[in-house]
Design a protein around this ligand. Structure first.
Ligand SMILES: Cc1ncc(COP(=O)(O)O)c(C=O)c1O
Length: 511
């Protein structure tokens, strides 16, 4: 809540909208820009939607949609019965809003000079010093394979993927391939696909990115791994969310990082704790939907994190693995859309919209990093295989991708609702269900680690897959074991009937 004087008021003069383009998006961007550059101070009262609509000669719906998005992202707040105000954002003025022109530091000093000197991993042992021992100790758990079942985490409703469309596009590509595409290509990936991804991110995420900033990867994991290889020197501190995505931690540890598990509270990663690690060169975060707790990072925290990166010349790796799945309003603007200093590397994947085995993802990089990342890809694999990229490009260009996202969002929402409606409320030791505003999974607390293990085990005995929340923590965490306990359930992997059947089996097994 803001205590600012009510005399601050907003003058819509100066907002110019192009009537040929989406009006609510333009209004949202104009207001957001004014908050970030300080023209709209904290506490400024915004006009009622009806008045602003009249002043700008646009529909009230457009204003309401723009306000909704700004509200969801924390730029504005409402006081019941008392209007809408610009939120308290102490850091806002520190961020310049001019578009990044690249880097304030040269590549030779910002990139790891060791990037060709990777540690060697044998099947039984990691041969390298220090932090790498952790990989062995923490044992790299592979994601479960086999047909999806309730409640596999990290898997979308890929039973709904339009395989026929994909097969047709694939056949069309191979029937008459453009021979130029069959020679060695650009290590950064297929140019048309990169153009289409950039356009998609500009319209769906408000990112001001171009195709030149995009490097195609083999899924998000390879994007994260490239960041580790290129930005981390052995011995550098790397902050990861704790609990968090352990596979990212492993990628940084393999590059020789000293991992710092940083606590996550109701607003996201704890930036005070992050700042206390003086050796941190990079922070890996999942702001749109923290993995696995589901917390959406607040705007204030996003600004704090960006300020940390600017202050320390640190890097932020933003993993937007499931940003397509928001059940109210549009996807939130990522950190990369707020970054003006070229400190954020954005990781995206097609794995949560299409299917994980597609192994197709991308990085959106600050311009000065693109060459180094492309070269690294060229050294590793030359570039990604051509047909998957070309078929995905056609899939996007022909409108199938957008249609499919909408279908997948509806399906995930319906499967979420089924799980929430059927979930047993009276099982001893299990906390109450959270509200699930985004993503493909939910996390529910359990009162002890022993109880967590028993619940997971008895679920497995009736063919129900549930992850233990405690397995997402770094093993040497300070938080007591019992406080790390919980259940992580993916709700999108199987249709509603299978969800109901699985819950039925769980109810029996747990009583
Ligand atoms: C947080 C997070 N990031 C990245 C990924 C992996 O994505 P990909 O399959 O594209 O490597 C996952 C998969 O579950 C994930 O949960």
């Amino acid at each position: 809540m803001t205590n600012a004087p009510l005399s601050l008021s907003f003058n819509p003069a100066g907002i110019e909208l192009d009537r040929r383009q989406g009006l609510s998006r333009q209004l949202y961007q104009a207001l957001r820009m004014r908050v970030l550059d300080g023209r709209l101070a904290s506490g400024t009262r915004l006009p009622a939607s009806r008045d602003l609509a009249a002043a700008l000669a646009i529909s009230r719906n457009s204003v309401v949609r723009a306000y909704d998005q700004l509200y969801a992202e924390g730029f504005i707040e409402g006081r019941v019965g008392d209007g809408t105000y610009v939120a308290q954002l102490p850091q806002a003025k520190k961020l310049s809003t001019k578009v990044s022109t690249g880097f304030s530091t040269g590549l030779s000093t910002t990139l790891s000079t060791n990037w060709l000197d990777l540690p060697v991993i044998s099947s039984s042992k990691v041969i390298h010093s220090g932090a790498l021992g952790r990989v062995e100790k923490n044992h790299l758990a592979l994601p479960p394979s086999g047909p999806p079942r309730a409640f596999r985490v990290g898997v979308p409703a890929f039973d709904l993927f339009p395989f026929e469309v994909w097969a047709k596009l694939n056949a069309a590509f191979w029937r008459k391939p453009d021979l130029r595409q069959l020679c060695y290509g650009d290590p950064a990936g297929d140019e048309r696909l990169r153009e289409l991804i950039a356009a998609y991110l500009r319209s769906s995420r408000g990112m001001q990115c171009t195709a030149e900033q995009i490097v195609i990867t083999s899924g998000a994991q390879q994007g994260i791994s490239l960041c580790a290889q290129l930005l981390v020197e052995p011995g550098d501190g790397v902050a990861i969310e704790n609990p968090g995505y352990r596979a990212a931690g492993h990628a940084f540890a393999v590059a020789g990082a000293r991992l710092h598990g940083v606590a996550v509270d109701g607003e996201g990663i704890d930036c005070n704790e992050l700042a206390s690690y003086g050796d941190c060169r990079l922070a890996y975060v999942t702001p749109s939907h923290q993995y696995p707790t589901g917390v959406v990072m607040s705007l204030a925290r996003r600004l704090e994190l960006l300020a940390w990166a600017e202050r320390t010349q640190g890097w932020i790796v933003e993993d937007d693995y499931d940003g397509e799945y928001r059940y109210t309003g549009a996807p939130l603007a990522p950190l990369a859309a707020l970054d003006r200093q070229g400190r954020v590397l954005y990781v995206g994947t097609f794995g949560k919209v299409a299917f994980p085995a597609l192994r197709l993802g991308y990085l959106v990089l600050p311009p000065g990093l693109v060459d180094a990342f492309s070269q690294r890809r060229a050294v590793d694999v030359r570039h990604s295989e051509v047909s998957t990229q070309a078929v995905m490009a056609e899939f996007m260009a022909a409108g199938h991708f957008q249609r499919h996202i909408r279908r997948m969002r509806r399906a995930a929402l319906s499967r979420r609702n089924t799980l929430l409606a059927d979930w047993p409320r009276d099982i001893p030791g299990i906390g109450s269900l959270p509200s699930v505003v985004a993503g493909l999974h939910l996390t529910v607390g359990v009162d002890s680690r022993a109880r967590e293990q028993a619940l997971v085990e008895s679920a497995a005995n009736v063919d129900v897959e549930i992850n233990a929340l405690s397995s997402y923590w770094l093993p040497d965490s300070q938080t007591p074991l019992d406080q790390r306990a919980g259940l992580v359930l993916g709700f999108a992997a199987v249709p509603e009937a299978d969800i109901r059947a699985a819950v039925k089996r769980l109810k029996k097994a747990w009583r």
